[in-house]
Structure formats: structure tokens, C-alpha cells
Design a protein around this ligand. Structure first.
Ligand SMILES: Nc1ncnc2c1ncn2[C@@H]1O[C@H](COP(=O)(O)OP(=O)(O)OP(=O)(O)O)[C@@H](O)[C@H]1O
Length: 233
């Protein structure tokens, strides 16, 4: 494995809006080590979601590059990118994005099955147990609370054994106590299974759970504070 699991080099994303150019990302150099938990904070419109989309290969840069485990995303063919995304990256969104007609267990194993991989039943049971979902295995998303639904989304992301979990405001719809509980579980699961977390949040309290906080403003990194001795962009 490379020293940095995620790296961007002079990453830019510009949107042309009539005569105006919106510089959503304007030269971002960002590096994350394997197993790090990084929170990205910044005001609305600062470029957080754009950065996360670029890291996940969901959108193409205007200039600069994104490397995942040493591979430059723009150098990959469409199919290679799709495979990398399925195998290496797990996404967690604010709105959970669960399939309403599938029960908890079926939602959790869906990405693994779609990828044509065999479900590691023992691993899935361990994740469900860790996230307090064992008794809810057969329940449908519509019968779960917001916090429970987000725990299912976390279980789904972790179950596919990605090396990186990208989370976009995962607690945006939850109250403060539930947010802390859910994120504590995400952190614990990621640690247990050696996953890297990159999480966007508006909430400074939530960001404190991370090993490092990266502050973004007008498409640029303006702050980078870590809990350890080492600070790196
Ligand atoms: N598809 C798009 N077309 C045009 N402009 C866009 C597009 N996507 C984002 N932008 C602009 O890029 C800038 C950064 O947006 P982005 O969504 O990354 O910010 P954000 O920090 O995630 O905001 P929020 O916290 O509100 O989600 C904003 O000015 C936004 O209006």
C-alpha cells in the first residue's frame, strides 16, 4: 500500500455559469494516510461536496489530479474506475440511500452481491452486532429511526470492505446525541476493519471526533489541524 491512500495534486474544479466562473475547488493539495479519520469542515458553498465527489471519482477535475492508493483516477478507463469505486470506496450520504423494499440484511449485503462477490457471513454478522443491528436484520428501512437507518448505511459501507469511506454530512438529519452515537460507531467500525474515513460536516463538535480537521474556504484548504504531532495537508 502507498504512503497515502488518498492524494490530490493542485486539484481544480471550475463551473462556468454564463459569464462567471465558479471556482468550487481552486488548487487543493490534500493527503490522507491509510486508517486516518479526517473531517472536512467549511461554510456552505466552500467546496466540501465537490472535493468528496472528486475523491470518489464521481466527477472529473477541471485540472490537477486525484490519486487513490497511488492510481490516478483520470488515467483509468470507465470500467476500471467503476471497479475501483466498487471495491475500494464506500459512500455514506445524509439521506441514507437505503432500498426501501429490502430488509436491513439485504441492504447491507447488496453492494457485495452487485459486485459478484461472495458475502462473508461471519464478517457481516460481526458488523451488524457492532452497530447494534443484529435484532433488526429483518426489519425494513421504513420501520427504523433515522439513527438506525444511518447505522444500516454505515454497515453497508463497511461490509463491502472498502479501504476508504467517504461520508457527506452523514449526521445532517440526526439530533446531536444520535449524531455522536452514530459517528462513534462509524469510527469504531472503521478502526476495527482498518478503514480510512473522510467525512464532511458543518458541525465542529462532530469534527472533533476525527484525527485531523481540514478547513476549506472558497475552494482552498485554509486550515489543517491534527491531534497527533504530525500536521500535513
Ligand atoms: N454542478 C454545479 N454547477 C455549478 N456550480 C456548482 C455545481 N456544483 C457546485 N457548484 C458551486 O460550487 C461551489 C462549491 O459547492 P459545494 O457543493 O462543493 O459546497 P459545499 O461546501 O459542499 O456546500 P454545502 O455545505 O452547502 O453542501 C458553490 O459555489 C456551488 O454553488
Amino acid at each position: 500500500m502507498k504512503e497515502y491512500i488518498v492524494e490530490t495534486k493542485s486539484l481544480k474544479k471550475y463551473y462556468q455559469m454564463g459569464e462567471n466562473t465558479v471556482k468550487a475547488l481552486d488548487g487543493v493539495d490534500f493527503r490522507v494516510k491509510a486508517r486516518e479519520f479526517v473531517a472536512i469542515i467549511g461554510k456552505s458553498g466552500s467546496g466540501k461536496s465537490t472535493l468528496l465527489h472528486m475523491l470518489g471519482g464521481l466527477d472529473e477535475p477541471t485540472d490537477g489530479s486525484v490519486l487513490i492508493d497511488g492510481k490516478i483516477l483520470s488515467g483509468l478507463k470507465k470500467e476500471q474506475l467503476a471497479i475501483l469505486r466498487r471495491r475500494k470506496i464506500g459512500f455514506i450520504f445524509q439521506n441514507y440511500n437505503l432500498v426501501p423494499d429490502l430488509n436491513v440484511y439485504e441492504n447491507v449485503v447488496l453492494p457485495v452481491e452487485l459486485d459478484g462477490r461472495k458475502v462473508d457471513e461471519e464478517y457481516v454478522s460481526e458488523i451488524l452486532e457492532l452497530l447494534g443491528l443484529s435484532k433488526k436484520k429483518d426489519a425494513f428501512p421504513g420501520n427504523l429511526s433515522g439513527g438506525q437507518q444511518q447505522r444500516v448505511a454505515i454497515a453497508r459501507a463497511v461490509a463491502a470492505k472498502p479501504v476508504i469511506i467517504l461520508a457527506d454530512e452523514p449526521t445532517g438529519n440526526l439530533d446531536s446525541a444520535t449524531s455522536h452515537e452514530v459517528l462513534g460507531l462509524l469510527k469504531m467500525a472503521a478502526r476495527q476493519f482498518s478503514q480510512t474515513i473522510i467525512l464532511i460536516t458543518h458541525d465542529r463538535d462532530i469534527a472533533q471526533l476525527a484525527d485531523r480537521i481540514v478547513h476549506i474556504e472558497d475552494g482552498k484548504i485554509v486550515g489543517n489541524t491534527g491531534k497527533g504531532s504530525e500536521l500535513h495537508a
